[in-house]
Design a binder for this molecule. Sequence first.
Ligand code: KIV
Ligand code: NA
Length: 266
Amino acid sequence: PRKVRVHHLRQAKERGEPLTMLTAYDAVTARIFDEAGIDILLVGDSIGDNMHAHPTTIPVTVDDMIPAVRAVARTAQRALVVADLPFGSYEASPAQCHASAVRMLKEAGAHAVKFEGGEHLAEHVRLLTRSGIPVVGHLGFTPQAENLLGGKRVQGRGHEAADRLVADALALADAGAVAVVLEMVPGPVAARVTEVLPIPTIGIGAGPEVDGQVLVWTDMAGMTSWSPRFARRFGEVGAELASATRAYARAVRDRSFPAAEHVYES
Ligand code: KIV
Ligand code: NA
């Protein structure tokens, strides 16, 4: 299949074709999602709370991310692979951001990086873009800032906050960002950002009037007992996995597994 490249993102927006993005953290899921035709695989720092049993994304390091990005990038045949820059690995300066991003491409094979923040990071975006590293922005609720934002709360409510969001999105686009994720933003505000932005918006809890959607795969597939209000459970894969696991344990205990066909002859 033809690889998804950054110029296809803007093309998709111009043609009104919704972009599909999903998180992946390993080769097993990356193969399934890539073969299912997901356009963008995001190795999110949500690996922290979803895979590494951290309470938030804040403890995640670049060293945690690298093996996950590597596995996804080695596996994807078609999808664009985007690696999140984790908390503390990019904010301090464009140079710090560049060094972390270079590791994601050079050591792990990512095609682009994503990081959280607006206008104050425009210089970071500019340097990476000039260096040949595509950047995806992330605005609205930015999980790495949850201590400052006071928890998982909708962002961009009210005229002033909405104007701020639009200005941030435009600053990222102007600096060369190839797409912007909008997380937990009122639908009409996401629609406004989408209308003024030349690059695609990819929503998560941002309503339908955006250029694409992203979900954390464990929410999408129904792996957990709780999922956020903005997510739909498109399957009950967790329940199916639990049932397979119980069947396996039962078969071992009642000695129906292994059967004759699983045994090597002498
Ligand atoms: O880390 C992540 O999963 C993300 C998405 C929710 C956009 O940043
Ligand atoms: Na993230």
